[in-house]
Design a protein around this ligand. Structure first.
Ligand code: XMP
Length: 429
């Protein structure tokens, strides 16, 4: 293994992710594990040079103070007990904190600052090969950042032992399904099953107006299509997933309650007996992107803005029709193109179009038109819990309006959504 590691054991501190990031910032890889880890499990982790027991306010679980096993206290690397019983916090001062950490990590543990993407990838490849051997792995490849990076990593590690399934549900952005095929099948020579499920999804969604119902149908149908494809294949023993560290945090740890259950964690088809391969589960989002770049994925794939699972389905308001969905997709492509040109693409957190299910009167070619409006939305946020509105320059808005109303059939007005979150949510449905 190429990397040294400091293991953080979670004794109920919500600060563990920050601590892991601080250690990684020193150039040393760090992972967080549950307090009830055994010495044998520690033996199986590569490159462990030191252990930090980090306690905090959640140390008492169901009335009982949790602790690590004696064998872990006596483990054969330096063990640092931090914030014991929750009454001695880490130094609040950034500089003091950094000194305390680097004393432990470098002087006491003798760790080398060898955490970088190249080494991470090399280690993960070795770990994946060790886990999978000559067996087969299946991956649902949406084309989003996380699943794309997992795919690229697994292709490097096990090549054709990986089968990727890309389900096109008809609710992706313009060019996305094509990009998945060209990057993974054509360039990376992956085993890729492309499933055109557009009619199937749109038929199921026809006349469905309730937003929650739409989401449920899309989610359930997705699992059904994926399962059907999985059942056609034989001898698959592993399911790869693009789970990343924030998914695990949000889904709750043994000491911190769940914020929401994430679809990557749990929610698997119950009667399918797969072991999981989750090579990114210890990475934060920016690290996942860096990993994708190091693996040679295009920047347009790695630096894409967040995109909801139900896709354009929640932006084509009310009952989805094919013509309005197509108008939405074209308008979204224009917005993205103009944001790129205006240098806004890397600056604004999320930007998209919405097409509601009503029409208004306009004039086109000296005749009355009766067409849909298109709503533009551009927001900035840190955690998507609250969001502010990006102030877009008028000329940019005017150019987008001009292009959408002239290039997209069926749209005769463009509106700009000025609502922050709260009161609005980021998406409209
Ligand atoms: P809201 O609309 O709740 O959105 O303010 C917050 C962020 O979450 C994204 N979003 C989703 N992401 N599946 C996802 O993976 C979903 O069902 C979903 N709904 C909303 C939304 O795009 C925004 O970034």
């Amino acid at each position: 293994m190429k990397q040294d590691m400091i293991v953080i054991l979670d004794l109920g501190s919500e600060e563990n992710p920050r601590l892991a990031r601080e250690i990684r910032a020193l150039g040393v890889y760090s992972e967080i594990h549950p307090h009830d880890i055994t010495a044998a499990e520690l033996d199986a982790l590569p490159g462990v040079k030191g252990i930090i027991l980090n306690g905090g306010p959640n140390r008492v679980v169901d009335g009982v103070e949790i602790d690590v096993a004696k064998e872990v206290y006596n483990y054969n690397v330096p063990v640092l007990l931090a914030d014991h019983k929750g009454d001695k916090p880490w130094p609040a001062d950034e500089g003091e904190r950094k000194t305390a950490l680097s004393n432990f990590v470098f002087d006491l543990c003798g760790a080398q600052p060898n955490w970088n993407m190249e080494n991470f990838i090399a280690d993960q490849i070795e770990l994946i090969q060790r886990q999978v051997g000559d067996r087969k792995v299946l991956l649902a490849l949406s084309g989003g950042v996380d699943s794309s990076v997992v795919a690229a990593l697994l292709i490097k590690a096990i090549g054709k032992q990986l089968t990727c399934v890309h389900v096109n549900h008809g609710l992706l952005r313009k060019g996305e399904p094509e990009q998945v095929v060209s990057v993974f099948r054509d360039e990376m020579d992956a085993n890729l099953i492309y499933v055109d499920a557009v009619d199937r999804f749109l038929d199921k969604l026809a006349d469905v107006t309730d937003p929650e119902q739409k989401r449920k149908i899309i989610g359930a149908e997705f699992i059904r299509v994926f399962e059907e494809e999985a059942r056609k294949l034989s001898g698959i023993e592993f399911l790869a997933q693009g789970t990343i560290y924030p998914d695990i945090i949000e889904s709750g740890t043994k000491t911190v309650k769940a914020v929401k259950s994430h679809h990557n964690v749990g929610g698997l088809p119950e009667d399918m007996d797969f072991a999981l391969v989750e090579p990114l589960k210890m990475l934060f989002k920016d690290e996942v992107r860096a990993c994708g770049v190091a693996l040679g994925l295009p920047e347009s794939m790695v630096y894409r803005q967040p995109f909801p699972g139900p896709g354009l389905g929640v932006r084509c308001l009310g009952a989805i029709t094919r013509d309005r969905l197509e108008a939405l997709r074209e308008a979204d492509a224009i917005l993205r193109e103009e944001f790129d040109k205006a240098g806004l693409a890397g600056k604004v957190w999320q930007y998209f179009t919405v097409v509601p299910d009503f029409k208004s009167v306009g004039v086109r070619d000296n005749a009355r038109s009766f067409e849909w409006p298109c709503i533009l939305r551009a927001v900035n946020t840190v955690d998507a819990m609250t969001a502010t509105i990006e102030l877009i320059d008028w000329p940019v808005l005017q150019r987008i309006t001009d292009r959408i109303t002239h290039e997209v059939p069926g749209i005769n007005r463009v509106l700009y959504d000025l609502t922050p979150k709260p009161v609005g949510t980021i998406e409209w449905e």
